[in-house]
Write a protein that binds this ligand. Structure first.
Ligand code: MRU
Length: 360
């Protein structure tokens, strides 16, 4: 059975509850935006692209079920804006949902302006179709990211591979609609016969690497070894890692990248060991409105994620905890480049590319 983060049909949406993995494979119904908000906040679904898709699809499900104003175009437009705004409050760091919300609002405004006589029911249908299109786009972008990343990495390796990679967190099927971003690069290398092995960090405190990445890679027969986060620098040196590839939650205008906590220290270690460090992300992870990574809002999560595991105490319950979910890697440490659906870019050039494509 394929591992899918989301199962969508017109009017119906289910999510794989990732908190239960790898022990239990349970799909749960998402009837609308409130339930999606809770699933995002509680990390039943996580990963920047999957968060964006879940949010938007939950709105499509509400609209298909007849929620919102029926008679008035302006009121329907306002309803969509309000629901998207609410979804955005679930988790602050990832850019993708905000970016998709902004695009959807812009598209909706134009549609209303340029389609005189459109009825609220027709508009509602169009919004649903627009949102459904995001699923296919994410799958296409994943494939392109995989292909560009694999080619670029192999181009930098004498003899052209096979290569050993190291990755962090989960950026695969479970974090997207399909192939994955950084794990899409892993998959592309594997399917081309050019991957020796991938090392996955455990990714404390939520274990997205050991619980999720290892699960989906083994599911696809891809050679994977999990390591404790604290073993990453040693693994890079001792196991001949050719490249580190991670995902992104938000890319600032100067190319600084917010990603899962621990990414920054991986980039530092890779730099010391002269191993290329790549970020793989769709262009919807870019936020050209923020000049640098210092401005990216970093989510802090409950201390219990560090002090407890499955109800077992790992630390004294009253101890002070600092639990940021993400950190910022400065652009100069992203030595391999940022792999997008358009190709691989030096971090500082990605924003220019965005502007040239009219995506600002
Ligand atoms: O807290 P999470 O699990 O949502 O963090 C996920 C990451 O940091 C991923 O690397 C990022 O969202 C990209 S997923 C394709």
């Amino acid at each position: 059975m394929a591992l899918e983060s989301l199962r969508y049909r017109r009017g119906s949406l289910e999510v794989l509850n990732q908190r239960l993995l790898p022990g239990q494979l349970r799909y749960e119904r998402v009837g609308g935006v409130e339930r999606a908000w809770g699933a995002i906040r509680d990390m039943e679904v996580r990963g920047a692209p999957a968060i964006a898709l879940l949010g938007c699809l939950s709105l499509a499900v509400e609209l298909a079920g007849g929620a919102g104003p029926q008679e008035d175009l302006g009121a329907l437009e306002a309803f969509v804006g309000q629901r998207l705004g609410f979804l955005l409050s679930a988790r602050p760091t990832a850019a993708n949902l905000g970016r998709e919300a902004q695009r959807l609002r812009g598209w909706l405004r134009k549609k209303v302006e340029e389609t005189p006589g459109v009825t609220p029911q027709e508009l509602r249908e169009s919004i649903i179709e627009y949102i459904e299109g995001l699923l296919a786009k994410d799958r296409r972008d994943n494939r392109s990211i995989g292909a560009h990343g694999a080619e670029h990495i192999l181009g930098g390796v004498p003899g052209g591979g096979p290569v050993t990679l190291l990755t962090h967190c989960n950026t695969g099927t479970l974090a997207t609609a399909g192939y994955g971003t950084a794990l899409g690069v892993v998959r592309a290398l594997h399917s081309g016969g050019s991957l020796s092995r991938v090392f996955c960090t455990e990714t404390r405190p939520f274990h997205q690497g050991s619980r999720l990445s290892a699960l989906e890679l083994r599911h696809d027969g891809i050679p994977v070894t999990i390591i404790a986060d604290s073993a990453a620098a040693a693994a890079m040196r001792e196991h001949g890692v050719h490249a580190v590839v991670v995902g992104a939650d938000r890319v600032a205008a100067n190319g600084d990248v917010a990603n899962k906590i621990g990414t920054f220290q991986l980039a530092l270690a890779a730099r010391h060991l002269r191993i290329p460090f790549y970020v793989a992300a769709p262009s919807s992870s870019c936020d050209p409105t923020l000049a640098s990574g210092r401005l990216i809002p970093i989510e802090e999560r409950p201390g219990t994620e560090l002090t407890q595991l499955g109800g077992v105490l790992l630390a004294e319950p009253e101890v002070d905890v600092w639990n940021p979910a993400f950190d910022v890697t400065p652009h100069e440490l992203i030595t391999g480049g940022i792999i997008t659906e358009w190709g691989v870019f030096p971090p500082s050039q990605l924003c220019r590319e965005l502007a040239e494509r009219g995506e600002q």
